[in-house]
Design a protein around this ligand. Sequence first.
Ligand code: SF4
Ligand code: SF4
Length: 129
Amino acid sequence: MAVISLNISNYGKCLCPVCPVQLRSKCIAAKNEGWRQARLKVGEMLKQYHEHPEAYEMEMSELEKSEVGQRHAFTEPKPADMQELYCSEAVGKSNCSDLDEGKMCQCPDCVVWQQNKLGSTYFCLSGAA
Ligand code: SF4
Ligand code: SF4
């Protein structure tokens, strides 16, 4: 089974932020500020993608120490603040207990899922791929 990297490339492709399984969760909503700040920083760095394409594929921990990461005061998002990439070992199962498992997981439409042939779904409920 593929190990999913916690990098900006995968972060940007993940469909979890628009998934109905977590959309109405009060627990997820309560984490929104930390999550929003991380997204803003990633957005700022993506604007410089053409200058720093190497940053796109770096693990978030490496990115934090890199020249481009430091210039943007990027800090690796805390796994508990993240609302995406549950399929990665670094994030894994959500610690929210009010996710709606009756709704449809969006993973099969995700490029990360397709490229890595992940097969299973609902990583937010069952843990990393
Ligand atoms: S496979 Fe699922 S959890 Fe993993 S990046 Fe895609 S949407 Fe997110
Ligand atoms: S892992 Fe699947 S069910 Fe969970 S939030 Fe991501 S897309 Fe939705």
